[in-house]
Design a protein. Structure first.
Length: 269
């Protein structure tokens, strides 16, 4: 999903650059806006809405819908504020400066939305440790949570990089998996089962890893699908089997979540 969104975003940005008169830099455009070009301001803000959405989604660590999420409106206002405040003499890019302003305003917004922290100030939880230093268990707990979250993100990123390397040995690109993923839940469930069967069979996995190809003939003896199904979904099965069998605990957890979610949907239907 993220890859699809990124491709859409990239396409919009490429269109913006190709249509931009004289290919002016953001810094040059902002200077013209600051001189009073209101029409250019409106066009500039419209053109860079995908960028604002990307920065906002990155801050929120989720996809932000420009049409529905308040965070996007806050960020768009901050982008407009950055246009007013930007100074070329500061020696930094406008986009870098605008991201800083957006993040600052989003932090302010999040703090205001945290009603619990408004009702009970953090100072209420301050205590003295054995050395008479003032410590705040709530802030410490939040810092630990933030550290664990960041650590988890880095480890997931590392798993994806390693999986991408393994897939390349099979002539598969990570981006191929978007198109290779079955559209229907029941089809995905069936392929999850096939990949899991493959990953648990040591001999089949050795064949796949040594020959760098899906052992279709041997796999057909263990699963109740056609050869055409295996051939058509080769990339998806290989990728999922590598995740099940390899050192990818975060990606495996994600697969389990998807499986449980889709099984739940099937039950409701």
């Amino acid at each position: 999903m993220l890859l699809v969104l990124f491709k859409k975003f990239l396409g919009k940005r490429q269109a913006h650059h190709s249509d931009s008169a004289d290919a002016q830099t953001p810094e040059q455009i902002v200077i013209l806006i600051q001189e009073g070009d209101l029409r250019l301001r409106n066009q500039f803000i419209t053109d860079y809405q995908p960028y604002v959405a990307k920065v906002t989604s990155r801050f929120c660590k989720r996809y932000v819908d420009p049409a529905r999420d308040d965070e996007f409106s806050i960020a768009l206002g901050a982008f407009n504020e950055a246009i007013n405040q930007f100074s070329p003499q500061a020696g930094r890019s406008f986009l870098g400066f605008s991201e800083q302003v957006i993040r600052r305003r989003l932090i302010d917004y999040v703090r205001k939305e945290q009603r619990f922290s408004q009702q009970i100030p953090y100072s209420t939880f301050e205590v003295e440790d054995e050395e008479d230093n003032i410590v705040n268990p709530v802030e410490i707990h939040q810092a630990v949570e933030q550290y664990e979250k960041q650590k988890g993100m880095e480890e997931r990123r590392s798993e994806i990089i390693d999986l991408n390397r393994c897939l390349s040995e099979f002539g598969i690109r990570f981006g191929d998996l978007v198109d290779a993923s079955p559209k229907h839940d029941d089809s995905r469930q069936a392929l999850f089962g096939i990949a899991k069967t493959l990953s648990k069979d040591g001999e089949l996995m050795r064949l796949m890893l040594s020959k760098r190809m899906l052992p279709i003939k041997d796999l057909l003896a263990q699963v109740k699908v056609s050869r055409k199904t295996l051939e058509r979904n080769r990339k998806f099965i290989i990728a999922v089997a590598l995740i099940y069998q390899g050192p990818y605990p975060y990606l495996r957890d994600y697969l389990h979540i998807r499986e449980d979610h889709e099984k739940g949907e099937d039950v409701r239907e």
